[in-house]
Write a protein that binds this ligand. Sequence first.
Ligand code: ATP
Ligand code: MG
Length: 427
Amino acid sequence: MSTVRLSPPPAVHWITETLQKAGHDTWAVGGAVRDILSGYSAGDWDLTTQARPGQIQQLFKRTVPIGVEHGTVGVLARDGTLFEVTTFRKDVETDGRHAVVTFADTIEEDLARRDFTMNALAWHPLEQKLLDPFGGLEDLNAGVLRTVGVPKKRFTEDYLRILRAFRFAGRFNLTIEEPSWKALCKGIGHLADLSCERVREELLKVLDQHRTPSSALSLYAKAGALGVLYPELDELRIADKSGASNPWESTLASMDRLPPGNGFLRLAELLHLLDSDKVTGILLRLRFSNAQNDETARRVSAAPLPGIDADDAAIRRWLSSTGPERLNALARLEMARARANPSSIPTPSEVVDSWRRARCMRATGAPLTISDLALDGHDLIRMGLHPGPDFAQILNDLLDFVLEDPTQNERGILEARVGASSNSDEE
Ligand code: ATP
Ligand code: MG
């Protein structure tokens, strides 16, 4: 065990000390230790302990039962930060889709069930000692991703580890060592048996967290996972290898131009070259919520921003049909595409120009949606019209009319227009 100085938040020390004083061996594990040792800033600090959940709950005043049956108790620090404290665990049964775990007595057993060597590092907050039974630090320093234990066995226990290997290799720029790579390639067909929720969360983590999601997604493609999980995208990759810009490669390049922290925007970029039925197919298969499906599908199918030649009415019509609230997201997507491709039309500065014009137009308060009209369904009823499917048509026609000329958005003018057209219908 080597001495390593890390600087966790003070609560990590306090939680460890409380558990140790009660006789329970306790360590910091997982993402935070790995991230700091590889030069990244730490995310959440997770602790693992020999104490059972009931004992953790007794020792701390303020706790949250995050997943007590799996051994996880949330401990609230004085400043309100929540720290996950999980009892040492070991796998007792695995079926390739998930693992059944039971509590264990030692940190060594707990580390042995973890997937990759750099995820099997434990650091003792009081003794400042690093426990690294599988050489994770050396692997991290050498830029190598390696399973804990025999690769074939570890991937067969839980095939999600294949996708996790792509994610960690992509995020930390690691090379997957040969035996681990060969073993994961053999398991690729089994990815189809994983639950769609786990597959979806893996994809979202890549899209949301990585500086360059292309690194992990290229590994999906190289190992054949893209063909199993996302054949629609694999078709893009195979489709056109001759041209200067392969559609899959250009999609990856523009996705990398979008900043991390907004996985759904990158998801729209990932899908933007697919036909709408394929987009819907992927979104439904991954069981995104209806709202997420709808928003993503709209972003994917939106028309390009009006170009420099567009007149004001064309800008208003574009804002109206795509939804004014979608302007910034769509502009970011176009900007990423323009910046990723040096010969693109529009150029990045043209996109900025279109974006600015559309933003200014939106700020004028011109009517852009049915709800902005100076007349609504109640007014139509008051005018003696019978509610029904025609109402939507009438309101849409009025919207078309005021999109052309916003000064016409006055109740009297709109009423007269409805009156005139219903009279001419009766004639
Ligand atoms: P991040 O939170 O940044 O995605 P992480 O390493 O914290 O990365 P988690 O999914 O939060 O990843 O898991 C925490 C730890 O639990 C991992 O570091 C790993 O040691 C272990 N772990 C998680 N999932 C598995 C799995 N499917 N098989 C084996 N070990 C796992
Ligand atoms: Mg984590």
